[in-house]
Design a protein around this ligand. Structure first.
Ligand SMILES: [Zn+2]
Length: 321
């Protein structure tokens, strides 16, 4: 039902969303599926992150990175994504290229792709050094891009990254932060205290859902399937997205990793519609939340809303035929 529904994707990792057959071709290897996608036995986020070994191997040359980025865009286009924010950690792809070169390779593919509007987000990594992450902020500043903080949240606490985000604030670099996914509500409190207006996941807000004033105006990039894969919640029905939405939090829906989580955004909408009885007007609202929080200018947001509503009305007309 939601295949042709226009969708906004705010939280998508390039390296977690590599087309498997393309990776097999590029690496000249077979049967990579089980190495790139999690199954139901995945125990936690740390095991989930092991699925990024092949991506790190294959995304090391200009040619491969270009093909991977382009193929992802084509896959998103087929899924009727009309605006996507794609993120990756440049530091993981510097065997043959400098940080600057890697950023430019991905950025150029995105900028030249006209079928979907996109924004590139540069990820700092929790296991990188302060200096390495500071370099990412400088690059983001130079290219006028937003940043993110990704990696093993329970091992490297959000509160320890305050100085980096103060530096980003000083330069005017915008950001989202993975928080309240593998670690608790304290991680969300830290992220918000730094000045984050967007939180990656943030689902642990459910642990103190009576006390949510501090996240008023904060947009949540919720990726349900990914949370189930990492065992933040055991099943869809246990996922807090419905409660978060009903409490009036600014919920948006993303996939996190198309390949690792083995899910498209359309499939995620279908799952949520079946499990929580979300209707088209709910998804519409979540997409408006996404546009409002997007890392684009106010003028671009107005244009995108116009395009979105046009496509939404076409979709509505088609399903009511
Ligand atoms: Zn993520």
């Amino acid at each position: 039902m939601y295949k042709n529904f226009p969708k906004i994707e705010l939280h998508l990792h390039l390296d977690g969303s590599i087309n498997v057959s393309l990776a097999e071709t590029l690496l000249n290897k077979n049967n990579l599926e089980s190495k790139m996608k999690v199954n139901n036995e995945c125990k936690d986020l740390n095991e989930y992150l092991e699925k990024f070994t092949i991506p790190s191997e294959v995304m090391q040359t200009k040619e491969n990175i270009e093909k991977i980025t382009y193929t992802l865009l084509e896959d998103l286009y087929k899924d009727n994504i009309i605006y996507a924010e794609i993120r990756f950690a440049p530091i993981k792809h510097t065997l043959n290229n400098s940080l600057e070169e890697v950023v430019e390779i991905v950025k150029n593919v995105l900028d030249n792709y006209k079928k979907i509007k996109t924004t590139l987000i540069l990820c700092m990594m929790r296991d990188s050094t302060f200096e390495e992450n500071k370099k990412i902020i400088d690059l983001a500043h130079f290219y006028n891009l937003p940043i993110d903080l990704a990696g093993a949240e329970a091992l490297y606490k959000t509160e320890n990254f305050k100085d980096l985000f103060m530096y980003a604030n000083k330069l005017g670099v915008k950001y989202t932060i993975h928080a309240g996914e593998a670690d608790g509500i304290k991680s969300i409190i830290s992220a918000v205290s730094f000045g984050a207006k967007r939180i990656g996941h943030g689902v642990r807000i459910i642990d103190d859902i009576g006390n949510i004033d501090f996240v008023k105006g904060i947009t949540f990039e919720v990726c349900p399937k990914s949370n189930i894969d990492t065992k933040a919640f055991l099943e869809y029905k246990n996922h807090p997205i419905r409660k978060m939405y009903d409490k009036g939090l600014l919920v948006t829906i993303s996939t996190d990793n198309n390949t690792v989580s083995n899910i498209t955004l359309t499939e995620e909408y279908e799952n949520l519609s079946h499990t929580f009885n979300f209707k088209e007007e709910d998804f519409f609202k979540m997409n408006m939340n996404a546009i409002n929080a997007a890392f684009i200018t106010e003028t671009e947001k107005e244009e995108l809303k116009k395009i979105y509503i046009e496509k939404y009305n076409i979709w509505k007309g088609d399903i009511n035929k």
